[in-house]
Design a protein around this ligand. Structure first.
Ligand code: HEM
Length: 495
């Protein structure tokens, strides 16, 4: 429909050929600008009527269509003795219905049939047959799949999950606690392992509204409609099934490289980041924003908020590795990744980070005199700390020896025992609360200098790793000193 507002020449009209085949909404041969008041009122009335008729017509067809689809689903699923109830969610490609069988609540996902989309429905059912075999408790169970004898409508019957989705949990203003994020991502990675082992399929992009979480267990449907999950779409990587996919493009997909199971690390890494920060790292409102994806791929850590880098350095280390631009720089295997995440969920420093730190120390720092000097130089900018060391007669040589011993005891597998003697010694002199943070900062500054030759991501990875190891050790030392102090008899009690 079009509306003639102003005069256009016959020549201009020829240059817009569709104008002749479309209908002028006002039914007027003269443009609105040339009409008198009364004629204009009448023309606007006709335009209003015409447009509202078209809009109603469309609503009517989609309503009718829904009714028709539902009756087909009811009949087809009904043959299994499953009663189909109201729909509760809809996407471009599918509608979800609540259903019931023997008092068990189920969900039916039915594909909306449309010309040109037959391969999507076919692939969807094919994938359902593969993922039906997955037993992992975090995979939403598939109970029934449309039989091949029913070519009219494609559907799958799944368990109905009452728990809130991660998107809903985040909407109520809650950013997911780090422990929960580690738990959720570890569980989803576990599902991915089973999927990868038994098939060529991958999880695909996982958005917060795809995952249900009851506080302990994450549950995800393995039947999302996405380019990465449907075979026929994979061969045309630029095909977008849904605009919300754009911020979830992996670097592989963005650059047109092959997608494999390592791409799932990226998908889960993005989910982790979104849960930890409360927002998606890439916002795409215009095509030009895709540029920001490329920048994010090159240095993901640059988008990590300071709260994550400083507050959860182990998770920062883990997630950044999942997001590495080059898939060969991601985690060598999912089990390694799952182990590290599980250790974070248990509030321990992951072994892989301790090993990383130990190796870097042995290979490089241990013999780097400049590193030790730089540490003390920064720490001694505070006159009171300098005096603390000087009062105890510490010279440059013993400084380096002390720091070597400090690192050795921090890296000791069981520092609670190796710290006992040290804590006693440290409790003899005054360590103000802020010294612990200054100690860590001086260390990380010296480390940054020592890591000059690394590329930026590697340098920042080293910072995350050392912070993840230093902070709990310093906190432990501080706690032990305060316990020791409060347990010691006061001088007054002695007299
Ligand atoms: C986890 C944290 C720490 C560990 C594992 C640690 C470990 C050590 C070790 C192994 C020594 C050498 C001890 C010896 O010669 O017998 C030492 C000395 C020392 N530490 Fe720490 N330290 C820690 C934190 C701190 C902090 C935060 C400060 C305050 C800025 C501090 C101040 C000192 C001083 C002044 C000495 C020299 C003591 C002396 O030689 O008499 N330490 N520390």
């Amino acid at each position: 429909m079009w509306v003639p507002i102003d005069d256009i020449t016959a020549d201009e009209r020829r240059r817009i050929p569709t104008l002749n085949t479309l209908q002028a909404a006002g039914g007027q041969s003269r443009p609105l600008r040339q009409l008198g008041d009364q004629e204009l009122d009448e023309a606007l009335g006709r335009i209003r009527e015409t447009l509202s008729r078209i809009i109603d017509l469309q609503k009517d067809t989609s309503d009718n269509f829904r009714v028709a689809l539902k009756s087909r689903v009811v009949a087809s699923v009904g043959r299994l003795g499953i009663r189909v109830g109201p729909d509760f969610a809809a996407g471009d490609y599918s509608i979800f219905y609540k259903a019931e069988q023997n008092d068990r609540i189920l969900a039916v996902k039915a594909l909306v049939p449309a010309p040109g989309r037959e391969s999507i429905a076919k692939d969807f059912v094919k994938r359902a047959r593969v993922v039906q075999m997955i037993n992992d408790p975090s995979a939403i169970s598939i109970r029934n799949i449309v039989p091949e004898s029913d070519p009219v409508v494609s559907w799958v019957v799944m368990d109905f999950i009452e728990d809130k989705t991660l998107a809903e949990l985040m909407k109520s203003g809650q950013r997911l606690p780090a422990k929960s994020v580690a738990t959720v991502i570890a569980q989803l990675a576990h599902v991915a392992v089973e999927l990868h082992d038994g098939s060529q399929h991958i999880l695909g992009p996982v958005q917060p509204n795809h995952v249900h979480f009851d506080g302990d267990r994450a549950r995800v449907s393995l039947l999302p409609i996405a380019n990465e999950t449907l075979e026929s779409c994979r061969i045309s990587p630029t095909k977008l099934l849904n605009a919300t996919e754009l911020p979830y493009l992996s670097p592989e997909r963005y650059y047109g490289e092959p997608i494999d199971k390592r791409t799932d690390q990226y998908h889960l890494g993005i989910l982790a980041l979104e849960l930890l920060t409360g927002t998606h790292p890439i916002s795409i409102k215009a095509f030009s924003d895709l540029k920001s994806s490329a920048a994010f791929f090159e240095s993901p850590r640059a988008s990590f908020p300071e709260g994550l880098r400083h507050g959860q350095p182990a998770l920062s280390f883990i997630v950044a590795r999942m997001l590495a631009r080059d898939p060969t720089r991601r985690w060598a295997s999912f089990p390694h990744l799952i182990k590290a995440l599980t250790q974070v969920a248990e509030e321990n420093v992951p072994d892989v980070i301790k090993d990383y730190v130990r190796d870097r120390y042995r290979e490089k720092l241990r013999a780097d005199e400049a590193f030790f000097r730089s540490f003390y130089h920064t720490l001694f900018k505070r006159a009171d700390i300098k005096k603390l060391f000087e009062d105890r007669g510490v010279n440059e040589e013993s400084q380096a020896r002390n720091l070597r011993q400090t690192i050795a005891s921090i890296l000791h597998p069981a520092y609670s025992t190796s710290f006992e003697e040290l804590t006693r010694k440290h409790s003899e002199f005054v360590i103000e609360d802020e010294y612990y943070g200054l100690f860590r900062d001086a260390f990380l500054a010296a480390l940054r200098d020592a890591d000059k030759d690394l590329d930026e991501e590697a340098r920042e990875e080293s910072q995350d790793a050392w912070r993840a190891v230093l902070d709990p050790a310093l906190a432990y030392m501080r706690q032990q000193i305060s316990i020791m102090r409060s347990a010691a008899p006061s001088p007054i009690a002695l007299t």
